[in-house]
Design a protein around this ligand. Structure first.
Ligand code: HQG
Length: 179
């Protein structure tokens, strides 16, 4: 399958599994899982196409596994706007984490910190290169913010690491943003 089609399918799967399962006629369980067969039917795609998206996804956005009931299921590893509890345990972050964004957001972020917006958490990257790609989705110049995660954790802020290596936390108050 060509890359363009993979990206298109990945976006449709993200939408159904993170943001708008209702519209696709899907029901997610409390942890965000839905049967693979249900997703195939909802999006009218073949199993081979789904497998190609899951395997070929640069960011490992999706997890596929067999549930306790024996049914093969899929969920998005992170990025939901619908309420799901991924059940990720708290984890100790590296000392520094990175957040890429557009220059236009900088003043507001410096004033009020990083907010989670429509998602469940603020998303942070373990390396500045990944943060760069995240920020490049925004208009204008890319800005990479460095987060003093060590001090945040010491102060009691809780972090989780998603299955695809994204660091998640509720909010980053402005005082933890390093220059
Ligand atoms: C900004 C993609 C003004 C924040 C990526 C960001 C990531 C503020 C935007 C994942 C602000 C939210 C998440 C404040 C935060 N004032 N702007 N106080 N606080 N913002 O998309 O981190 O492709 O919800 O800088 O690769 O950009 O979906 O978060 O620009 O991993 O798998 O508000 O989404 O992954 O945007 O991206 P988002 P994000 P996927």
């Amino acid at each position: 399958m060509d890359r363009e089609r993979l990206v298109r399918l990945s976006k449709r799967m993200s939408k159904a599994l993170r943001h708008d399962p209702d519209r696709a006629g899907l029901v997610l369980d409390p942890a965000g899982w839905t049967p693979v067969d249900a997703l195939l039917a909802a999006l009218r795609i073949e199993r081979a196409e789904l497998d190609a998206v899951v395997a070929g996804n640069d960011k490992q956005r999706f997890a596929v596994e067999r549930g306790a009931d024996g049914v093969l299921r899929i969920r998005a590893n992170q990025g939901h706007s619908v309420p799901v509890d991924l059940g990720l345990p708290p984890a100790t972050p590296p000392d520094r984490l990175y957040h890429g964004t557009g220059a236009g957001a900088l003043e507001s972020i410096r004033a009020t910190g990083l907010h989670r917006g429509g998602r469940h958490h603020v998303h942070l990257s373990a390396d500045s290169e990944t943060a760069h790609w995240v920020g490049a989705r925004r208009a204008g110049r890319v800005v990479i913010l460095t987060v003093d995660a060590a001090t945040m954790a010491a102060d009691g802020h809780v972090f989780h690491r998603s299955a695809n290596g994204v660091w998640l936390t509720d909010a980053v108050p402005a005082r933890y943003l390093l220059d």
